[in-house]
Design a protein around this ligand. Structure first.
Ligand SMILES: [Fe+2]
Length: 196
């Protein structure tokens, strides 16, 4: 590695691997999601990601390099955290919220990676590469925003469920004791979500 352009190629190899890993991992996450809104957001992002793989191949072409992947360990770890949730947690609202957290970590990794690659391409004067990388960067930011919106809806559903439970007449006292113990924990979480 001797020039900035060499460094850019290394970055692209990492991102190329990351995107390909995402294409492989997303179908399982779509299947594991309970809410239709999350399923839809992840399915749409799967299609967008396939396009991003092709777009990266175009960037390699601009640089007159063969498109090659260098295994991205960071993405491997992030995706493993997501799929582990499917093994460990039972399906439902809370697992969906955990999945969104895992997917947003993935998105933020990509935003950082594409931001870096775009800056490098800019400094190499590679206008065509800059345009391609900027387009994907925009899509990654959008995917992150969409996931935040889905999470907001799930927090609202969760809040409504919790309130519904509190309104119900208490049949058994142990459950009542449990709810009383849990109450202070749910309140700060709800106000934190509302404050975002
Ligand atoms: Fe992507």
């Amino acid at each position: 590695m001797e020039t900035l352009q060499d460094l850019l190629v290394e970055e692209l190899k990492d991102i190329y691997s990351a995107e390909k890993q995402i294409v492989k991992a997303l179908p399982k996450l779509v299947k594991g999601a309970e809410s239709d809104a999350l399923k839809q957001a992840l399915s749409e992002h799967l299609e967008a990601t396939k396009t991003q793989v092709t777009r990266l191949e175009e960037v390699f072409e601009v640089l007159e390099k063969k498109a090659t992947a260098k295994h991205c360990k960071g993405m491997e770890g992030l995706l493993a955290e997501g799929s582990d949730l499917l093994e460990v947690e039972k399906s439902g609202l809370l697992r969906d919220l955990a999945l969104i957290g895992a997917c947003q970590r993935v998105e933020h990794y990509e935003v950082a990676a594409y931001g870096t690659a775009r800056a490098m391409a800019e400094n190499c004067g590679l206008d065509d590469a800059v345009a391609l990388l900027a387009q994907t960067l925009e899509e990654e930011v959008l995917a992150d925003t969409t996931l935040s919106a889905v999470a907001e809806d799930l927090y609202a559903t969760l809040g409504a469920q919790t309130e519904g439970e509190e309104d119900r007449p208490m049949a058994a006292s142990p459950a009542k004791a449990n709810k009383a113990a849990n109450k202070p924990k749910t309140t700060p979480a709800k106000s934190a979500a509302a404050g975002r």
